[in-house]
Write a new protein. Structure first.
Length: 459
C-alpha cells in the first residue's frame, strides 16, 4: 500500500505536471506496475526498510515499457495500456521524467505537495525518518544532496520574490522598505507569490538566512546612494555587509568587493576576492533562482554530495553553495560599468519575449559567481598594476566559461564579461567575436546586442 500510494503521489505531483497535458499516466498504470512487481520480487522485499527499492522497481518496469512502447495489461497481455493515454512522441517526455526520478533515487519526492510530503522531507532530511526508508547510505546521500540543492533553491527563490516588490522603488525607498522588513516585519507576513510552498517551511535558521540575505541588498543600496552623491561609506554600511557575509560562499563577498572596486579601494577589494577564491572549492554547488535552473533536473555535483559522508549538516544551508550575484538597478553604482548594460538588455521587442519569471529579474544585472569573481579580479589587478595576476584572472575567467564541470546559468553574461576583458586587452576583433557568440547562444534579451552595436560603430 505504501508503494502504491507513493507511485500515485509521484504520478499526480511530478510525472503528469512534467508531461504538461501531453499524455497522462494513470492510477491504473501504477496499479498494474505494482501487480507485476509484487509477482516478480521475493516476499522479503515487501517490508518498510525496502520501500524505496520496491518503488524504484515499479518505476523501472514503467520505464522499460515506455522504451518498448507496450504497457501490458496484467490480465490481458495483448492490451496496451498506452493506447489512448500516451502516444509515441509523448513517451519520450515520460521516459525523461522517469529517468530523473530513478537516477536521483526518488529525490523529486521533495516536490510532492500532497500532504506536505515534500515539506516534511525537507524539514527532516537528516532525521532518522529518511534513514529508516532505506538501509543504503549511498541512496540517502544522493537524496540529501538533491534536497540540499532544492532547499537552497527555495530560499533563493523566496528572496527573489521579496526583492521583486522593491524593483520599482527609488534607492531611498528600497532601502527603507528592506530595512523595515529586516527590523520590524515578521517573516511570515512577507510576500509569498508563487513560492508560498517554499516560504511555509522557513523557520529558525532558514528565516535568519533570509533576513541576512536581504541585508546585502540593504548594504549595497545604501553604498550606491553614497557613491552616487560622493558621500563617505561608513562603518554602519560595512556592518550590514558583514551581517550578510555568510549567506553563501560568494555572493555577498563579491558584492562587497565590487563596491570596494567602484569606491576605489582596490587593495581591500583584492583581499576580499582572494578570500572568495580560497573558499570557492571544488565542492561548491552553484544555485540560481532565475528561470535558468530547474531544480527537478539539476543534479548536485558529485563533490558536493560526497561531503555528506562526513555528516556535514551545514551543507543543507549555505556554506557550500554559491548563488548568482544580483544587482538591482538601485545598486547600480556598486556594480562595474559593464554590468550596467545587463540592466537594459532588451533591444527592440525583446521585452515582449520574456516569460513572467524572466520579467522579475531581467532588469537586474545577474551573473554567476565564479566568472564574476575572475572578472572582478581582472579589473582589480589591472588597477593595481599587477599584470601577472591580471592575466591569470583573464585565463581563469575563460576556464570558468569553457570548463564543462562548472555550472553556468547565465552563460551569455559570463561571455560578455570575457569579451569586455578582450576589449581592455585591445583585441577588439576578438571581443566582437565573443559578443557574437554570446548573441548566437541567446539572441534575445542579451546585452551582447548592445555591445555589438557599440563595437561596430567604433570599428
Amino acid at each position: 500500500m505504501h508503494c502504491y500510494v507513493t507511485l500515485k503521489l509521484l504520478k499526480k505531483d511530478i510525472i503528469n505536471p512534467y508531461l504538461n497535458g501531453e499524455g497522462k499516466l494513470t492510477s491504473f498504470h501504477c496499479k498494474t506496475a505494482l501487480f507485476y512487481a509484487r509477482e516478480q520480487l521475493v516476499s522479503d522485499m515487501w517490508s518498510a526498510d525496502c520501500l524505496f527499492d520496491c518503488i524504484l522497481y515499479c518505476l523501472n518496469l514503467i520505464r522499460d515499457w515506455t522504451i518498448s512502447g507496450h504497457f501490458p495489461h496484467y490480465i490481458m497481455d495483448e492490451v496496451n495500456l498506452f493506447d489512448g493515454k500516451i502516444n509515441s512522441e509523448q513517451r519520450a517526455s515520460l521516459r525523461t521524467i522517469l529517468d530523473i526520478i530513478i537516477d536521483t533515487h526518488l529525490a523529486p519526492l521533495a516536490f510532492v505537495k500532497t500532504d506536505n510530503l515534500g515539506v516534511r522531507l525537507l524539514n527532516n532530511v537528516y532525521t532518522v525518518g529518511i534513514r529508516d526508508m532505506t538501509p543504503r547510505r549511498a541512496i540517502h546521500q544522493d537524496i540529501t544532496g538533491f534536497l540540499s540543492v532544492y532547499g537552497n533553491f527555495g530560499l533563493a527563490e523566496s528572496t527573489r520574490n521579496i526583492l521583486k516588490e522593491a524593483a520599482d522603488k527609488t534607492p531611498d525607498e528600497m532601502w527603507l522598505y528592506l530595512h523595515h522588513l529586516i527590523s520590524e516585519m515578521p517573516l511570515h507576513q512577507l510576500h509569498r507569490h508563487d513560492s508560498e510552498h517554499a516560504l511555509c517551511w522557513l523557520d529558525g535558521i532558514n528565516r535568519d538566512y533570509i533576513i541576512r540575505y536581504l541585508q546585502q541588498h540593504v548594504a549595497s543600496t545604501a553604498a550606491a546612494i553614497c557613491l552616487q552623491h560622493g558621500m563617505h561609506i561608513g562603518n554602519r554600511i560595512l556592518s550590514w555587509y558583514s551581517a550578510a557575509i555568510n549567506t553563501d560562499v560568494a555572493s555577498t563577498r563579491l558584492k562587497l568587493a565590487s563596491m570596494l572596486y567602484c569606491k576605489g579601494d582596490l587593495q581591500m577589494a583584492a583581499d576580499v576576492l582572494d578570500d572568495v577564491e580560497r573558499r570557492y572549492e571544488s565542492t561548491v554547488q552553484a544555485i540560481c533562482a532565475c528561470q535558468r535552473m530547474d531544480p527537478l533536473v539539476t543534479k548536485p555535483r558529485k563533490e558536493f554530495t560526497e561531503l555528506l559522508n562526513d555528516g556535514d549538516t551545514d551543507v543543507l544551508m549555505t556554506n557550500r553553495v554559491a548563488y548568482c550575484v544580483r544587482f538591482l538597478h538601485q545598486e547600480v553604482y556598486c556594480a562595474p560599468p559593464i554590468l550596467h548594460f545587463e540592466m537594459v538588455r532588451g533591444v527592440g521587442d525583446d521585452i515582449q519575449h520574456r516569460t513572467l519569471r524572466e520579467r522579475v529579474w531581467m532588469n537586474w544585472a545577474v551573473v554567476d559567481a565564479r566568472p564574476f569573481l575572475h572578472y572582478l579580479q581582472y579589473l582589480t589587478f589591472r588597477g593595481l598594476g599587477l599584470r601577472h595576476r591580471q592575466i591569470q584572472a583573464f585565463y581563469l575567467l575563460l576556464c570558468s566559461i569553457v570548463d564543462g564541470i562548472q555550472q553556468l546559468f547565465h552563460p551569455e553574461t559570463a561571455i560578455n564579461l570575457y569579451a569586455h576583458c578582450l576589449e581592455m586587452e585591445g583585441r577588439i576583433d576578438k571581443a566582437l567575436g565573443y559578443y557574437l557568440a554570446s548573441q548566437a547562444d541567446i539572441p534575445r534579451n542579451n546585452a551582447a546586442n548592445l555591445h555589438i552595436r557599440r563595437l561596430t560603430n567604433e570599428l
